[in-house]
Structures are given as structure tokens and as C-alpha cells.
Ligand binder design. Sequence first.
Ligand SMILES: Nc1ncnc2c1ncn2[C@@H]1O[C@H](COP(=O)(O)OP(=O)(O)OP(=O)(O)O)[C@@H](O)[C@H]1O
Length: 262
Amino acid sequence: MAVRGSKTAAERDVVIRGRGITVGFEDRLILENLDIDVYRGEILGIVGASGTGKSVLLRTILGLQAKQSGSVEILGTPYDDADERTRRLIDQRLGVLFQQGALFSSLTVLQNVELPMREHLKLSPRLMEELARLKIDLVGLATEAAERLPSELSGGMIKRASLARALALDPDIVFLDEPTSGLDPIGAAEFDQLIATLRDTLGLTVFMVTHDLDSLYTVCDRIAVLGDRHVLIEGTVADMLAFDHPWVQKYFHGVRARRLEA
Ligand SMILES: Nc1ncnc2c1ncn2[C@@H]1O[C@H](COP(=O)(O)OP(=O)(O)OP(=O)(O)O)[C@@H](O)[C@H]1O
């Protein structure tokens, strides 16, 4: 269910809790002592200037990027210290859509969507195919798309196919890295709508890195702005508009933002 409502932060169910996250490359710190909470059922938009570490944060939460210090708890379980079995169980409850879609180019859409099932579940090929076709339908792709290779798909179809793969294991949390980048405004708006519908119908929690102001205004319940190596501010669009920070002011009061406010 959506988090929109009257619950206070303390009453909400935190599904991702990051504390004191510090990540650097060589002598350059990208994230320093960063804290972040993600609440069950919300769509959280992660925004910030280019290079502030949004993708690094996403990868760090997923354990794909080593950190110098800090902790990450996912669905109530410490993820960093988890043994392999526990980690695999948590991984099954997470879906990820990487920036470029990251579909395997030599596999059809159907085979791509089946892949996580092959890795994590013991299902008959027939059941796997049925489930994969359901996911393909769920994200609004035509039945024929299942047999196509990624190179035969438009940008919007690749995003949808990647989303179908991210949903393959019925995850609780979906991570999206710039899901609408490269889409035309209509395709982007349709994709945003799809995310919102899936959140509402499947009860997903969505962690979405984005540069897309339309997405922030239309589908995100909450926004966290990265800057100066940590979360500068988190809250609603109204909170962003009232926040006195040069980048946040410029971004949320810029020409594009004013168009959305109009
Ligand atoms: N594996 C790596 N090795 C060295 N530096 C890295 C590595 N991964 C990321 N960085 C650096 O960390 C910084 C943050 O990168 P990141 O991709 O998280 O930025 P971002 O906020 O997602 O940017 P954008 O909005 O442009 O996608 C960048 O300066 C990037 O060059």
C-alpha cells in the first residue's frame, strides 16, 4: 500500500535502512556518513547533480559496491553481514532495473525474464514460461515481444522488458536507475504511470534514481536529494521548494520545474 497518509515517520515500516554509509574511490569520497530510510510501499525518488553518487548509493545498498563503513539493513535483516543463504533469500525479494536495461543481448525477452527464475527457483520450464509471459503482459508489452531479441526493441520496450525481468521473482522492493532516461516525454509519462500502477496493485516499494522532474512531481511520494556526499534533504516536492540550498533551489525552481508547477 502507498505510504501517502497520516502515519508519522516513526510508525512507518522501514524496508531499507542505511546508516553511516561511506564510499570512496582512491582518495575521493563520494558518500560520507550517509543515512537513508526507505518506507514500505513508497516511491522514493533519489535526485542530485550528476556525479553526486546516486548510482553508487543504489549499488552500495545492493551490495554491488564496496563501502568503507556503514551498514545496510534490508527488510529488517542486516544485509552486509548476512550469510550467503540469507543474502540469497533477500536478493529474491529485490528487483533491479539498471540504467541501460542490462538485458542479455543474445537472449529473447522471454529468456531474459526467465533468467532470475532459473537462478533462484526450481520450477518446471512450462511454469517458468507461463510466469514470464505474465510478467511481460503486466508491463504492457505485446505477446509477440516475448520472442524478440533486445536489439529488435525500441527504447521504451527495453525499459519494459527490463522491468518485467526485475519483477520476475515478485519482489518487495524494486530499484530503478534512471528508468525514463532516453524515453520521449510521452513514453516517460507512460512508464511513470506503469510504475505507479504496479506500486498500487502489487504493493511494491520503489527506490528510483532519476533526473526526471516529471517523475518527481507525478509519481514520487518522497524525494531524497544527494549532495555534498550525503542526503541534503528528504521530503515532498513542497519541502524541496522551501529548502534553502543553491542546487535544490535551482533545480526545483528552474524553468522546467516552473512549467510543472503551472
Ligand atoms: N567504479 C568506480 N571507480 C571510480 N569512480 C567511480 C566508480 N563508480 C563511480 N565512480 C565515480 O563516483 C561518482 C559518482 O558516480 P555515480 O554514477 O553514482 O553518479 P550519479 O549521481 O549517479 O551521476 P549521473 O546522474 O551522472 O548518473 C562519479 O564521479 C563517478 O565517476
